[in-house]
Design a protein around this ligand. Structure first.
Ligand SMILES: [Fe+2]
Ligand SMILES: [Fe+2]
Length: 408
């Protein structure tokens, strides 16, 4: 059987740019099957002819713009990962593209970044295509759909006539959610100019993308509620751990240039969503793994991998990928226990550190359990080992703050 290369589709109306891409990506030809077209209509035609793994589309194009093209592309091939190239400060266009874009690339985009981004998109694609992972997650029928309010907001923003106020109105109709979002955005690390007490201001300051992610992060815990409690995994404890991880991650990210605090916060809140998923779809297996992890003093992920063939981290990433969430977020969740393969401290690395530091604190508070799950080799390789004492102090700070505020 002939080996099948992943297929990548590029859509851009600027012929020169398209030619530039073709030339600079020539070396990738042995790895990827690439197609270049100059408008959305041709792009859709290509999609009807072949199955694509990654779609890279320009935003501003005559006739069919990038947001519209990506909408159609999602309908026809929901599994393909969608990347948007944006070269213009066109908020309206970009806003409409939020629901259908899994990664943003600023134009001009250099070769290295583009190749790296497509590589990450293919990693997510491989995650979603892994049959063993699907089985561990409970099969297609068991996978919960994306939370309702989150989906509703995405629907609104995909409307060409949508305004920020429309999103604000929907949020305000849910007072519980509004309160939680406001509580989050008033946390110190979002560094807002003043205390924000209206949803409209929160939306204006943080932007639609961040607000939408915060809504999702909040909603996951209400929509993924396991029918029975799994011994050793209390929903409250997990939520507290997730919020603490988010806060620590955001503080660490604030010190780095490469990762945005908002993304780190969302990734932290969502990083253990796979535990919720397992608690829903495979509670017996999860209970057994948790018990063995304590008895044998081994990391949970290690036991899950040997027993179930996949970890809660990968299953969580899998779930978020099926919901069409951003590539970087999916990878951070999927690899938060094993960030190993990377050379930079990116969102995955920050989430790994934050989750491990949160666990250290919780273990000390409980007085039992594994001491640390930090991947020290990785931290040394990316050159941040010396930052650890400071980060530990900052984590303890956040935990104390949380206790004061009575979270979650
Ligand atoms: Fe985890
Ligand atoms: Fe965790």
């Amino acid at each position: 059987m002939a080996e099948t290369k992943p297929r990548v589709l590029f859509v851009d109306d600027e012929v020169e740019l398209l030619e530039g891409l073709r030339t600079s990506l020539r070396r990738q030809r042995r790895l990827w099957e690439m197609t270049f077209v100059a408008d959305g209509e041709s792009g859709l035609e290509e999609l009807s002819k072949a199955e694509y793994d990654v779609i890279v589309s320009d935003m501003r194009m005559p006739r069919m713009d990038g947001a519209t093209f990506l909408h159609h592309a999602r309908q026809r091939h929901p599994g393909a990962i969608r990347l948007a190239l944006t070269g213009h400060a066109d908020d309206r266009l970009s806003m409409r593209a939020i629901p259908v874009t899994q990664q943003w690339l600023a134009k001009p985009c250099d070769r290295e970044r583009l190749v790296g981004s497509i590589g990450q998109a293919l990693a997510v694609r491989a995650l979603v295509g892994d049959p063993q992972l699907l089985q561990a997650a409970g099969g297609i029928a068991a996978l919960p759909s994306a939370p309702r309010l989150y989906t509703h907001i995405l629907d609104i923003t995909s409307d060409p006539d949508c305004a920020l106020e429309d999103v604000t109105k929907v949020l305000e109709r849910d007072p519980g959610m509004s309160a939680r979002v406001l509580q989050l955005v008033n946390s110190a690390y979002f560094s807002l100019p003043r205390n924000v007490s209206h949803v409209a201001d929160a939306v204006a300051f943080l932007g639609l993308e961040t607000i939408t992610q915060l809504v999702l992060a909040q909603e996951v815990f209400t929509c993924l509620e396991p029918a029975d409690e799994v011994a050793g995994l209390e929903a409250d404890g997990l939520q507290a751990h997730s919020v603490l991880t988010g806060r620590i991650g955001a503080r660490i990210a604030a010190e780095l240039d490469a990762v945005s605090p908002e993304d780190a916060f969302t990734a932290g809140i969502l990083h253990d969503v796979g535990l919720l998923l397992f608690a829903t779809t495979a509670p017996e297996e999860l209970r057994r793994s948790l018990q063995r992890s304590i008895e044998e003093d081994r990391p949970l992920a290690e036991i899950e991998r040997s027993e179930e063939g996949a970890t809660h981290a990968e299953a969580g990433g899998y779930l978020l990928a099926t919901w069409g969430l951003p590539v970087a977020l999916v990878l951070a969740v999927a690899h938060h226990h094993e960030p190993g393969g990377l050379d930079d401290l990116d969102l995955t690395g920050v989430t790994h550190v934050a989750s491990a530091l949160a666990t250290e604190i919780e273990v000390t508070q409980r007085g039992a359990g594994k001491a640390s799950a930090l991947d020290l080799d990785y931290l040394a390789r990316v050159g941040v080992e010396s930052r650890l004492p400071d980060w530990r102090a900052l984590a303890a700070d956040e935990a104390a703050l949380g206790a004061e505020e009575g979270r979650p």
